[in-house]
Each structure stands twice: as structure tokens, then as C-alpha cells.
Design a binder for this molecule. Structure first.
Ligand code: IPE
Ligand code: IPE
Ligand code: MG
Length: 239
């Protein structure tokens, strides 16, 4: 799929960071009587296109959930296929105008994949817009790793800012909008700390069926919301 849509939406600094829980690849394939891996392949292409699209409309930070710390529970054939796909995509299918960073416990990944990750991070490091790909990522593991890092520095006390900085996403703003495809209404161990005040958007659309138009719909919904962060709206303050 080429990003053929003429762009209607642009974002401002209220939407700096968008995150996607890219769910539904397996079901998309099953509906077509194909193996789940086929869905992952199509899902990777859709990721590429939407990554370009988000960059075009002015999103500075994008984070996508590609493989969780719990996804190792799946059959080895599926896990191996996902690892192979990631390797392939990191090699040649990524947009070349974004700064790619992998968040998660990279060291537990296959050796060849680790090398690809290092290469692509190095190759893309001077680009402006950031795309975080969460691979072997779990938010609880991320927070635990952050605490251990701070303990190893000999800290007796930590602030919220210290914890924030020690997370994989340390230098990113919190996600303004988290989109989950695939119809399930849960977070599945994704950005638990960072999502404290994120707007959540759930759609039944399976990830391989996502399009720029559907991203626009999520963004339009985001802009219709009032974010109060625990305070009051401007109008309410006048009462
Ligand atoms: C998301 O799609 C991709 C990964 C978790 C790797 P799924 O593989 O979870 O697809 P469904 O949810 O079973 O349809
Ligand atoms: C969440 O999807 C993880 C990714 C999209 C990578 P899952 O399919 O693993 O989530 P659950 O098991 O339905 O919660
Ligand atoms: Mg799923």
C-alpha cells in the first residue's frame, strides 16, 4: 500500500506523541484462511506506511508495540517468523527519514536481529522524528529495569523525573494518544507509567486493515477531547 491519500489533517503540539498497539494480525490472516505469519507480514507493511504518514502530518514521536515480553509464550514457529520478519524489515523496509529506536530488552533477541537493530539505529540517528519500536517490551520489565539502574547508581531516593529518565522512553514526551487496534479494550503491559494521562482510542479495525484515513479518525477523536490533567477547563474556571 502506498500512502496515496492527499493529506487533510495536520497536527500541532497538542499531539506530539502517538502510540499504537498493533493488534489483530493473526485474526486478519485467519479470516483469509492463511497462517498467522501472513498477517504479521501484512502488518509490517502497514506499519511502514503509517509510519511515513504520521511523519508527513507532523507527528514528532511515534511508538509502536511490535512484540511483548509475554509474546514469547506463543508457538516457537510464530515467534521465529516474527523475529525473521523484524530482521527483514529493519534491513530494508523502514522509512529512511525517521530516527528509529528499539525499546525493550534487546539483549534477549537473536544475535542477527540485535545487529540489525544497532545498524538501523546508527544509520537513522540524525533524523528528526522519532519512531520507537517496542520489541521484547513489557512496561513492568521496563520499570523494574529503571529501578535497578537507579539502585545501581546508589540512589536512596528517587523522584518522578528520575524514574522517567531511566525508562527506555526517557527523552520522549509521554504519549498524547494511544491507539489500540483489534477490538480488545486493554493496555497489555504497554507504557504503563507513560500513559498516566494519555488519551486512549480503541478500534475494532484489525492492524493490517489500518489506513491513513483511520489514523485521521483517531486523531480527530483526540482533538475532540478535553484534556484536563486533573485540573479544570478554561470555561469551568470562570464559575
Ligand atoms: C499483534 O497481532 C502482533 C503481535 C502481538 C506480535 P496478534 O498476533 O496478537 O494478532 P491477534 O490478536 O491474534 O489477531
Ligand atoms: C499486544 O497484543 C502486544 C502487541 C501488539 C505486540 P497481544 O495480542 O499480545 O495482547 P493480548 O494477549 O491480547 O493482551
Ligand atoms: Mg493479539
Amino acid at each position: 500500500m502506498a500512502v496515496s491519500k492527499s493529506i487533510k489533517i495536520t497536527v500541532d503540539n497538542r499531539l506530539r506523541h502517538i502510540a499504537f498497539i498493533m493488534d489483530g494480525n493473526g485474526r486478519w490472516a485467519k479470516k483469509r484462511n492463511m497462517p498467522r505469519e501472513y498477517g504479521h507480514k501484512k502488518g509490517a507493511q502497514v506499519f511502514h506506511d503509517l509510519c511515513e504518514y504520521c511523519n508527513e502530518i507532523g507527528i514528532k514521536y511515534m511508538t509502536v508495540y511490535a512484540f511483548s515480553t509475554e509474546n514469547w509464550k506463543r508457538p516457537k514457529t510464530e515467534v521465529d517468523a516474527i523475529m525473521r520478519l523484524l530482521e527483514e524489515y529493519l534491513d530494508r523496509e523502514l522509512p529512511d527519514n525517521v530516527k528509529i529506536r528499539v525499546i525493550g530488552d534487546v539483549n534477549a533477541l537473536p544475535e542477527k536481529l540485535i545487529k540489525k537493530i544497532r545498524d538501523v539505529e546508527e544509520r537513522s540517528k540524525n533524523n528528526e522524528s522519532v519512531v520507537n519500536i517496542a520489541i521484547n517490551y513489557g512496561s513492568r520489565a521496563e520499570i523494574t529495569t529503571a529501578f535497578n539502574k537507579l539502585l545501581a547508581e546508589g540512589r536512596k531516593n528517587v523522584t518522578e523525573a528520575d524514574i522517567n529518565a531511566a525508562l527506555y522512553t526517557g527523552d520522549c514526551p509521554d504519549p498524547d494518544l494511544i491507539v489500540r487496534t483489534g477490538g480488545d479494550l486493554r493496555i497489555s503491559n504497554f507504557l504503563l507509567w507513560q500513559a498516566a494521562y494519555s488519551e486512549l482510542y480503541f478500534t475494532d479495525t484489525l492492524w493490517p486493515d489500518m489506513t491513513p484515513e483511520k489514523v485521521d479518525a483517531a486523531i480527530a477523536d483526540f482533538y475532540s477531547r478535553k484534556r484536563r490533567f486533573g485540573g479544570l477547563d478554561k470555561n469551568e474556571k470562570k464559575d
